[in-house]
Design a protein around this ligand. Structure first.
Ligand code: CIR
Length: 264
């Protein structure tokens, strides 16, 4: 039986650093406006707080331009946490500050993906007691194997989905969000995947693929603003949609889920 809700007490975030525009991107949407990115980040943090989430704010890290995308550095579950080993070499060092934060916050030990494995947290979609693990340019087979074994040891199940042939998806969660129970929000690129077949799929509206990355948290669904048809589809499922401006993160290939690690 799947857990049908996503409840979190805390979230870890990290504001964009001065070097933010030097991060990795294929988006071709132009350089981000740092001031606006910080304003959007602050609104994201405020939305989490309004949902009853207590924030742990890591100091901005100029040595790591992509460090605001904290989600890629760890996976935190109700039964333990595991540090990722990001697939982009420029991001490898981001795990150190996350490790220290998790050691401070969590009662249990923090495991780690080890060489030769690589895993980006953006490729990992928790759906109740099941985890979808994306195989991508960032998450390799060895990393997926390590993570799968760790999850199974905790009593979770997992399955893999390759997105390696899909240039529209950086990470699995760029195109996939759990909406509770057997509800999934998906980009069209994932709508025909057999591994998702036992679920109820809500597909993003044409031209609104970016809206597939959303966050179900404490009775709300954070969604990128500007995708009205998809927001209406999610609201029609009975969800409270909370729209947030994301333009400056989209320019750096980031989405809503990337900006926090949610802690049960
Ligand atoms: C990167 O390419 O790693 C960053 N510019 C964007 C990471 C987005 N993270 C995510 O989807 N989980």
């Amino acid at each position: 039986m799947m857990e049908s809700i996503a409840r979190f007490t805390r979230a870890i975030v990290c504001p964009p650093a001065d070097s933010y525009a030097k991060g990795l991107t294929n988006a071709a949407l132009g350089p981000p406006d740092l001031t606006l990115a910080r304003t959007q980040h602050a609104a994201y943090c405020a939305a989490l707080q309004q949902l009853g989430v207590q924030l742990t704010v890591l100091p901005a890290a100029p040595a790591y331009p992509d460090s605001t995308f904290v989600e890629d550095t760890a996976i935190v579950t109700a039964k333990g946490a595991i540090l990722c080993r990001p697939g982009a070499s420029s991001r490898a060092g981001e795990v150190h500050s996350m490790h220290a934060a998790l050691e401070r916050l969590l009662a249990h030990d923090v495991a780690a993906i080890t060489e030769p494995g690589t895993v980006d947290g953006g490729d990992i979609c928790q759906a109740g007691n099941h985890f979808f693990i994306g195989l991508s340019a960032r998450t390799n087979d060895a990393g997926a194997d390590q993570l799968g074994r760790w999850l199974h040891g905790k009593g979770y199940t997992s399955s893999t989905i390759s997105i390696r042939n899909d240039p529209t998806l950086l990470h699995l969660k760029s195109g996939l969000t759990w909406l509770g129970g057997i509800q999934l929000l998906v980009a069209p690129a994932l709508a025909q995947r057999a591994v998702l077949g036992n679920n109820d799929l809500t597909v993003t509206a044409p031209g609104e693929e970016y809206a597939a990355n959303a966050v179900l948290i404490n009775g709300g669904v954070l969604m990128a603003e500007g995708y009205p048809e998809t927001a209406a589809r999610v609201a029609a499922l009975g969800h409270q949609v909370i729209p947030l401006a994301m333009s400056e993160f989209q320019k750096m290939d980031g989405g809503l889920s990337c900006l926090s690690i949610r802690v049960p």
